[in-house]
Design a binder for this molecule. Structure first.
Ligand code: PEP
Length: 249
C-alpha cells in the first residue's frame, strides 16, 4: 500500500563452504519465478562474493551485498576489505553497523558512520543496522538509542545520503534468539526512524530484522512502515528464504 519497493536481505554471516554457497544460490534462483515485486539481496562472507557473482548472480535479478567493510579507504590495514573492493567485485549493497559487529568488535557509532559514508562514495547502498538491547528496552530507552545510532550517520553524512540508504531495525533481543518483535513493537520504531529522517524518510526502505521466519513475515510486512526484512537464520535455506520474499509482495 506504499510506493516503496519491498526489499529482503539475506545475511549469511559466518556460514558455508563453496559447495553450500552453490547449492543455496541454485535453490534461490530456481524458485525465483515466484518472486515478482520484491528486491532480493544476498550477503555471503567476503570470500564467497566472487563465486556468487561468477557462478550465479551475473545473470540473475538477485543483488549482491557484503556483511561489512573497512572504515578506511585503502592502505596499511591488514585484514580489511574496502568498500571500493566490494564495488569492484560486483556488490551493490553493504551492511554496516550490524549488532554482531558492534558487540564482538566494539564498533562505535563513529566507525559505523565512516563505513556508511565510504559505501556511498563507492556508489553502493549501505544497509545501516540499528537496535536496542533488552536492558535498554526495559529501561524505556529504545527510542533514545535509535535516535543516537541513526543520528550518528545523519550528522556525519547528511540527510541526502540517508535518503539513498536502507535502514534495518534489529532489536538485539530478537537477533538469532527465535524471539521476534511483535508487529506493533517493530512498527513503532520504524515510524520513529522515518520521522527522524524528515521529508526524505518517505522514500527510505526501513526493514525489520530479528528472527524473521516464513510464518511470521507476513504480519510484520503488513505494517505500514515495515518495507521488508534482514534475515539471518531463515535465509540459510532456499525454501524458507523464498517464502519470506513472497510474503513481502
Ligand atoms: C541478522 O543477522 O541480521 C538477523 C536478523 O538474524 P536472525 O534472522 O537469525 O535473527
Amino acid at each position: 500500500s506504499n510506493k516503496r519497493r519491498p526489499i529482503i536481505i539475506a545475511n549469511w554471516k559466518l556460514n558455508g563452504t563453496t559447495a553450500f554457497v552453490s547449492d543455496l544460490l541454485d535453490g534461490i534462483t530456481e524458485q525465483w519465478f515466484g518472486v515478482h515485486q520484491a528486491e532480493v539481496v544476498v550477503c555471503p562472507a567476503f570470500i564467497h562474493l566472487a563465486q556468487a557473482v561468477n557462478e550465479h548472480l551475473a545473470h540473475s535479478n538477485v543483488a549482491l551485498g557484503a556483511q561489512d567493510c573497512s572504515q578506511f579507504e585503502e592502505g596499511a590495514y591488514t585484514g580489511d576489505v574496502s568498500a571500493e573492493m566490494l564495488h569492484d567485485i560486483g556488490c551493490q549493497y553493504v551492511i554496516v553497523g550490524h549488532s554482531e559487529r558492534r558487540r564482538f568488535y566494539s564498533e562505535s557509532d563513529a566507525q559505523v558512520a565512516k563505513k556508511f559514508d565510504l559505501v556511498h562514495q563507492s556508489m553502493m547502498t549501505p544497509i545501516l543496522c540499528v537496535g536496542e538491547t533488552q536492558e535498554q528496552r526495559e529501561a524505556g530507552k529504545t527510542l533514545d538509542v535509535i535516535k543516537r545510532q541513526v543520528g550518528a550517520a545523519l550528522d556525519y553524512c547528511g540527510v541526502e545520503k540517508l535518503a539513498r540508504s536502507v535502514v534495518a531495525y534489529e532489536p538485539l533481543w530478537a537477533v538469532g534468539t527465535g524471539v521476534t518483535a511483535t508487529p506493533d513493537q517493530a512498527q513503532e520504531v520504524h515510524a520513529f526512524i522515518r520521522e527522524l529522517l524528515g521529508p526524505v524518510g518517505q522514500a527510505v526502505r526501513i526493514v525489520y530484522g530479528g528472527s524473521v521466519k516464513a510464518n511470521n513475515a507476513e504480519t510484520l510486512f503488513a505494517e505500514p512502515d515495515i518495507d521488508g526484512a534482514l534475515v539471518g537464520g531463515a535465509a540459510l535455506k532456499a525454501d524458507d528464504f523464498i517464502e519470506i520474499c513472497k510474503a513481502a509482495e
